[in-house]
Ligand binder design. Sequence first.
Ligand SMILES: Cc1ncc(COP(=O)(O)O)c(C=O)c1O
Length: 403
Amino acid sequence: MIDAYSPVAARAWDGFDQLDAVPADALLGLIGLYRSDDRPDKIDLGVGVFRNDDGATPVMRAVKSAEAHLLQDQSTKSYLGADGDSRFAELLAEVALGSDIARSPRLCGVQTPGGTGALRLGAELLQRAAPDATVWIGEPTWPNHGPIFLSAGLKVAGHRFYDVAAATIDFAAMMEDLEAAMPGDILLLHGCCHNPTGATLAPGQWATIAGFCEEKGIIPLIDLAYQGLGDGLDEDAAATRAMFAALPAALLAYSCDKNFGLYRDRVGALWVQSPRAGTAPLVRGNMFALARSLWSMPPDHGAALVRIILDSRDLRADWEAELSAMRLRINGLRETVAARQPSLAFIGRQRGMFAMLPMAPGEVAEMRARHGIYMAPNGRINIAGLTRENIPHFLASLGQVAP
Ligand SMILES: Cc1ncc(COP(=O)(O)O)c(C=O)c1O
């Protein structure tokens, strides 16, 4: 064993010492703090997972049934290939993009490890296809977006999107900032249920963005991580489908980890639409080659469950019913908060699991220290962490900390 006192350690390579220290993920740190807090009325609004009325994140019924099928029927765990479960990608394409776009010869898709894997694969593909492109990202956004594109070697630029103090999208500012985009640049868009703000672009604003992309030659990369948790499966995908229908080239990074509750199983997909059908095989070949060097092949279990669910009329109906109940719970909580606290009326108009409160980091820390309410440092709350029982404690605490 080489310990600090051994002569081998003394003359060892010091490359690791040259690494920059990386601050711990603030949100993951909250998990530990929350666990060790013994106040009975503590509330976890930090971590971004769905919770039911009991504060649990259960395995969905259809997923449990599909797991029973898989246990019974799976006869091998032999390798699948870089494209993973192709039937999964085929069935999911219809859920996400609708059957017309899903069947287009211009489209190709591949299973990925979660939405993160889809974004990273898309970034790597774009880096190969357009190495000088800048990826435009609205602020604020999911904190992993910037690092994913930078790690793939692309340039990243921020544009104004959401005015936290006014609790609304500043669309004029967004379009003004995007004037600086160059032809061939990439525009990252949240398809629905914006994380962290919950703000939703109106159909007319999506149409303006589509027109802008077409005119300027900008490629949209849509991140759809919460389909079905906003207004409904088709409703939440409408903007994505409209962008794919309107534009020659587009990318969709999709996550099943929230709407199937498969978080740790890492289930996602990337679809790329090429301007011409003839280009699609080239895209496909590059996607597979990149996937091979990134993760060789994606994890099978979660995608197999999604495939079994979407392939079975009964399981699919049960999944949709449970997803609707999850959505109704979130939207019901939104309405309750908005009705009880007029200054939070915006929460009732927004969609998805998240909302952003206009709070300074010190106020967020005070919510935790004085009241046992855990929120992301930027003021983001997970609406699903609320219950009818804890809303009064949450609102009273908020009234004391940020009146
Ligand atoms: C906007 C957004 N995109 C992508 C992801 C990644 O999802 P996954 O867990 O499937 O990698 C998340 C996860 O929180 C997200 O909020």
